[in-house]
Design a protein around this ligand. Structure first.
Ligand code: SAM
Length: 282
């Protein structure tokens, strides 16, 4: 789809079609496979933010001003996240995934759509407590470079710390959460050790290919933003990026859409949507 510049967004009005086509042709970002209702809502948010009155005006402004594109990308990113988000997921990881990861001499994890990094930092803490961090590389990727810059800093807003600590405890945290950070200038600065085994990179699920084989892939709260066509593409990509017996974690908010890949997985945790790849499905 991303090669086809005449691709049409299902049911979108012509102005939105035109905007998305221009963004793709001019800048290479292809949002035409995103779920339409939320996409429309965000496009209109951008119209208001940019002080223009309609979608065609927004299109012209984006084409004229790269800075406007950056703001548009941030609005479309839907990058809401927190530390130890949905703590039950981390609890299931400790109980069901950690024993599997222990069997590998070296562990590769792909954290897809990592947003500003809170989820990655949480995973690093869990692996540290389980004695696995030293032999793990976490490849943390997102479409949005601005968000990744924030993630690389390892610095998060102080106002969220009570929620982070509560989630940590519910996720089976073993120490005092304050062991992992210091407070500086009203911000929470996590221990730099938690960044050392993390490789941050931009990766676009719509247009980019797989780049390694992983023992564990986390892709939570990302598929929900895509239409069924794009979900299918991403499910194929994730399946192909797992080693045999590797695990895909989608989290409790999403399910594996039906498709050929489903025959390749065994369900490890039906609530937290942990799937183990038993065979190649393609
Ligand atoms: C709601 S956040 C999820 C963050 C984290 N995984 C969590 O569960 O808290 C969705 C993330 O997906 C990223 N994203 C959206 N489209 C993407 C794409 N085409 N390729 C890679 N990442 C994408 C967004 O930038 C955003 O950071």
């Amino acid at each position: 789809m991303s090669q086809d510049t005449d691709y049409q967004v299902e049911d979108a009005d012509p102005e939105i079609q035109s905007l998305l086509k221009s963004v793709y042709q001019e800048y290479g970002y292809d949002f035409r496979g995103y779920a339409l209702a939320s996409l429309k809502h965000r496009i209109w948010q951008s119209v208001w933010q940019e002080n223009v009155t309609a979608v065609p005006e927004l299109e012209q402004k984006i084409l004229r001003e790269p800075a406007c594109l950056e703001r548009f990308l941030l609005i479309l990113a839907t990058n809401t996240t927190t530390m130890f988000r949905d703590p039950g997921f981390y609890l299931a990881c400790r109980q069901k995934i950690v024993p599997l990861l222990r069997t590998y001499p070296f562990v590769r994890i792909w954290h897809v759509g990592c947003s500003a990094g809170q989820d990655v930092c949480s995973l690093a803490i869990l692996l540290w407590e389980e004695g696995l961090y030293e032999r793990t590389r976490i490849y943390a990727t997102d479409i949005n470079e601005t968000i990744l810059q924030q993630a690389r800093s390892g610095v998060f807003p102080l106002g969220m710390i009570a929620e982070y600590a509560r989630n940590y405890r519910q996720a089976g945290g073993r120490r005092s959460f304050s062991d992992y950070y210091t407070i500086r200038d009203n911000q929470v600065v996590f221990h730099p050790r938690l960044q050392e085994n993390v490789i941050w990179a931009t990766h676009n699920l719509v247009t980019d290919a797989s780049f390694n084989e992983f023992h564990f892939i986390l892709c939570r709260n990302v598929l929900i933003h895509f239409n069924s066509w794009l979900q299918e593409r991403v499910c194929r990509l994730l399946h192909e990026s797992l080693v045999r017996l590797g695990v895909l974690g989608l989290g409790s908010q999403e399910s594996l859409p039906s498709g050929p890949w489903t025959t390749g997985y065994e369900i490890m945790d039906a609530h937290e949507k942990l799937y183990r790849k038993m065979r190649d499905a393609f």
